[in-house]
Design a protein around this ligand. Structure first.
Ligand code: ADP
Ligand code: ZN
Ligand code: ZN
Length: 755
């Protein structure tokens, strides 16, 4: 009998169709009678397209995050690998005809072209550029000669035209430089990290903003590359990392490969090919850019968002998880609902690789692991060049409103400071984590707030499109009349009497705009500072491809004085001239119904503060809030992460939250709220029978309906010391059993492990 290697693709019958599958396991021994065996139709590969390490990761994800292997597979493997429908990207190349390879022949031809100046020019240009053929477009552009001339010379047999496959990976081809020399603190950090790695697999680098963590990474990466190893450099959102890409490419050149989930299938296949030489072999037209043998020994850096963990690494030496505290490392929907940081730490074990978690504001979990000695801990407390951390001041909105010392949504002292900074040629960042114009409308008489017909979410008013938009399902209602200038009348009603949604249906009062979105701030700031150059960065202004990059570039080149944005402006960006950061309303960050609310608020505020004063004088941060007494602010003003940590850890221990207990959240959904409540109750009782009071009662989440589906939740807390594998098995069995009951049919349950 012939054994098929695990990981090769096979064609198998499914019903009447045949589909491509991947050999997962060899069956040992007798098969149970209930299983029907069918023959494989065809074996598509000699070599596996999936590595043993990849399979292991898939199994782990499916088991740990309680989903199916199929769900993992569709997240993990580009369909171009399975279906083998890869198409190389080609471009026209021009070659000298073999009869012209001899330089003497070239001389003769040039002489013969004396009367055909353009042809001579083209040939000379070719000879100057030639490096085993020249791209047609480049040749025509550089020579300035028309394509008819080229055609003539091809007809004459001087040139040959050839279609060639080229890489889609847009690798950097410019010159590279040495990494910067490290300062004393950074040098110490590098050796401390290496020291920790001697006996710990994971080390946490806690370095304040602008301490030069990226420089530390760069030195560690270089050492790995010198050993011919691969480095996986994970970032929270690849769209926000062009500055980082540039910095890495300046040092590591074409050894930096960028990967993100918006890559086309063909691009993914090329990455696969390059990393592991494991793309389907039948693609004879394959072009990817596998490194030459000698190059392979030089290693490479793969810069990617969370899904980069699925790539087929062959020689992984280091995983860097940059901004390890970022919530976007956790995938929400669909399954697998995995955390890339946890997956990275598991993977590193199988590859024998090291992990570096880096951040200015560690997640409580990671810092806890460092505190108990499971991870190494290395701290950098000073900014590079001894710069001061930004000075944080609180602006008491209660007092400001009471004294009527407000201009629109800006407190007078804030307006004053913005004016000063702009006058002295500095830049300002305004942070408000709501997009649109007004997060909700409200009836001034009865208090009614218009909600999305599909969701339990208030509709956000967008002025530029004059629509109400649901930020949960995208439902849009339009049009309504434009509001008046918010400065003249900051609670201005929407005045169009014809519009059916311009008034409260119950009392006929005109809606009032409530809350502040970035769009409204832009309008206010522009009317406050008519001469300032203002840009806005949020989901609405960055939909177009490259729009995001353009805004950053304009701000970096100081073509913009004031940048307004959502959390997009808080992330890892570096601008030389930013001296002031204003947080318009910190309160909405503090009051989230989530056990991580304080942690996330601290992280977001500390990160956005870190954008100020990154060169020269210390920067300033002004935080407007109605709640100046909130203890979180005292910690923030002192940049006292450790204080936050201690306070959070004791709270979490007391209330049985991670890292002391593991959390699993079950979300139940049904169109019919009564049926949902019934099945939620049944599942709760069933689970309480097994897990006792570790199971919560039925929770109605803050947003209790999305896309016409009602939602209820159950929360399971398991002691960190308990047998979690067994607990998950029992949980899965009970959930499946309940969902099979006729009175619970139609309810769907999604399971979120470590939410
Ligand atoms: P972090 O990642 O900790 O926020 P960065 O690595 O972005 O900090 O460093 C902040 C700034 O200081 C960057 O502009 C960086 O180029 C510069 N910098 C840091 N360390 C050095 C160094 N050793 N040599 C030259 N420039 C440095
Ligand atoms: Zn009303
Ligand atoms: Zn909706």
């Amino acid at each position: 009998m012939q054994y098929l290697p695990v990981g090769v693709r096979v064609l198998v019958p499914l019903g009447r169709k045949s589909i491509t599958g991947i050999v997962y396991r060899q069956h040992e021994g007798e098969l149970p009678a209930t299983i029907k065996v069918r023959d494989v139709i065809d074996v598509l590969d000699e070599q596996p397209v999936v590595t043993a390490e990849q399979l292991r990761l898939w199994e782990w994800l499916a088991q740990y995050y309680m989903c199916t292997l199929g769900e993992v597979l569709s997240a993990a493997l580009p369909s171009g690998i399975i279906d083998d429908d890869y198409k190389a990207l080609t471009t026209q190349y021009i070659h000298l005809h073999p009869s012209h390879e001899d330089p003497r022949q070239q001389e003769l031809t040039i002489a013969s072209l004396r009367r055909a100046k353009s042809q001579e020019q083209l040939l000379r240009c070719y000879l100057r550029l030639n490096n085993n053929g020249v791209e047609r477009r480049t040749l025509l552009e550089d020579s300035g000669v028309g394509s008819a001339v080229l055609r003539t010379m091809i007809d004459k047999g001087i040139f040959l035209e050839q279609e060639r496959a080229v890489s889609r990976l847009r690798l950097y081809t410019g010159v590279t430089r040495q990494p910067h020399a490290l300062d004393a603190q950074q040098q110490q950090a590098v050796s401390a990290i290496q020291q920790q790695w001697q006996d710990k697999q994971v080390t946490l680098l806690h370095g304040v903003t602008s301490s030069g963590k990226t420089e530390v990474y760069t030195h560690l990466i270089e050492q790995m590359l010198q050993q011919g190893k691969q480095v996986l450099y994970l970032v929270p959102e690849i769209a926000l990392t062009t500055q980082l890409t540039d910095r890495l490419q300046a040092v590591f050149g074409e050894r930096v490969v960028v990967y993100h989930s918006r890559f086309s299938n063909d691009e993914r296949v090329e990455i696969y090919r390059r990393l592991g030489d494991r793309a389907p072999q039948k693609s004879t037209d394959f072009s990817g850019t596998p490194l030459a043998k000698g190059d392979k020994a030089r290693g490479e850096v793969i810069l990617g968002a969370r899904s980069a963990i699925f790539l087929p690494f062959t020689n992984l030496g280091l995983i860097i998880v940059d901004e390890e505290h970022e919530p976007s490392y956790k995938q929400q929907d669909p399954a697998p609902r995995y955390h890339a940081r946890s997956a990275a730490i598991m993977m590193a074990q199988w590859y024998g690789a090291k992990v570096l978690l880096g951040t200015a504001t560690p997640s409580i979990e990671s810092y806890y692991n460092a505190a108990i000695g499971k991870y190494g801990l290395v701290e950098m407390t000073e900014r590079f060049r001894g710069l001061q951390l930004p000075k944080i001041t609180l602006v008491d909105l209660q007092r400001q409103y009471h004294r009527k010392e407000m201009y629109g949504h800006f407190a007078d002292p804030v307006v004053f400071r913005i004016r000063e900074e702009i006058a002295r040629g500095k830049q300002v960042i305004l942070f408000q984590n709501r997009r649109g114009y007004a997060p909700f409308l409200q009836c001034p008489s009865c208090g009614k707030v218009p909600k999305c017909p599909n969701c339990d979410v208030s509709m956000t008013y967008h002025k530029s499109s004059n629509t109400l938009v649901c930020h949960s399902c995208g439902h849009t209602q339009s049009p309504i009349a434009h509001a008046q200038s918010p400065i003249a009348n900051s609670q201005s009603p929407i005045t169009n009497r014809q519009s059916p949604i311009s008034h409260c249906p119950k009392c006929g009062s005109a809606w009032k705009l409530r809350g502040i979105g970035t769009e409204r701030l832009e309008e206010e700031i522009q009317s406050l500072f008519p001469n300032a150059r203002v840009a806005r960065m949020d989901l609405d202004t960055t939909r177009r491809k490259d729009a995001h990059q353009q805004i950053i570039d304009r701000f970096a080149q100081h073509e913009v004085d004031i940048l307004i944005g959502t959390q997009m402006v808080t992330k890892g960006l570096h601008f030389d001239d930013v001296s002031l950061v204003v947080v318009l309303q910190a309160d909405s960050l503090l009051n989230q119904p989530d056990f991580r609310s304080a942690e996330h608020a601290f992280q977001m505020l500390e990160q956005v503060s870190g954008r100020a004063g990154r060169t020269g004088q210390a920067g300033e941060v002004m935080i407007q809030t109605f709640d100046v007494k909130n203890p979180l602010f005292a910690l923030l003003v002192a940049h006292h992460y450790r204080g936050l940590y201690e306070q959070q850890v004791s709270e979490r221990e007391m209330f049985c939250f991670p890292p002391f207990h593991r959390l699993i959240v079950l979300s139940l959904r049904h169109r019919d709220v009564h049926r949902l409540e019934h099945s939620s109750g049944v599942l709760m009782q069933e689970l309480q029978g097994v897990f006792g009071n570790r199971v919560s009662s039925v929770i109605t989440p803050l947003v209790s309906r999305r896309n016409n589906m009602h939602i209820r939740q159950l929360r399971l807390r398991v002691e960190a010391s308990a047998n979690i594998v067994r607990a998950k098995q029992m949980l899965r069995e009970r959930v499946d059993a309940v969902l099979r009951q006729t009175d619970c049919k139609g309810t769907t349950v999604t399971i979120d492990v470590d939410p």
